[in-house]
Design a protein around this ligand. Sequence first.
Ligand code: 2AM
Ligand code: CA
Length: 264
Amino acid sequence: MDWGMIDRYAKSLIKEAGHRIRLSFAREIHIDTKADANDLVTDIDREIEQFFISRIRRDFPDHRILGEEGFGDQVESSEGVIWILDPIDGTMNFVHQKRNFAISLGIYADGAGMLGYIYDVMADDFYHAFRDGGAYRNDERLPQLEPTPLNEAIIGVNASWVCPNRYVDHERIARLVNECRGTRSYGSAAIELAHVAAGRLDAYMSMRLAPWDIAGGSVIVGEVGAVTTDLRGMENDMITKGTFIAARPGLHETILKDYIDLKI
Ligand code: 2AM
Ligand code: CA
């Protein structure tokens, strides 16, 4: 497999998709809801996913595609090469803020993350990584992450997990919020993972993420030494939805051991 060629191809595809998204602001965007009233999708999400899929199918016919909007393949096993795509991660931000959304793509071979990309379209920040080749922001290599104690850590966590919910003991999350240095929430898992990779967040966690939210970012944060698992400490399989944490080493163990009590 010529991963260098696939890397160049993927980068140019993502840049072109970003251009298409920026152009879409001149049009009227149609907004639908999916699972619930706050689970948004637009015609742009669908168009961008279809753009990726038509190109990938034409140029890599033996690869499979797992995309959020469902135009790709029915992926139930991790064999072969799989492109795991979220055409717009942070759709609510896309609709309400017209910023703080990203294209997220991970390319996996037999379950191993080979290439990862996060493109923060409006900031024009492009993060990428290749397995054992380091992580980069706009072609500048990102340094390895050093351990940080919890009382000096900024944690990316959505405020909804501090409210009673059916996934996790919210009182422990409230204690985590009190005992860390600060919390942030950006509304796009991909952008939060880019922040972890660049050392601007020390951890990011969510109880409800899909493979396309984390596939690209997991490769990127892994290259700078962050630990990524589900909230039981097991490896995420990139096929099923579940819980997720990415954190500096040490901090990862502290959060899982002392602050997470899953109900699911
Ligand atoms: P999206 O914008 O592509 O839907 C928001 O906190 C983050 O969680 C975003 O990355 C968002 O991705 C993701 N997200 C929101 N609802 C989700 C769900 N039901 N399942 C998986 N991921 C979800
Ligand atoms: Ca999405």
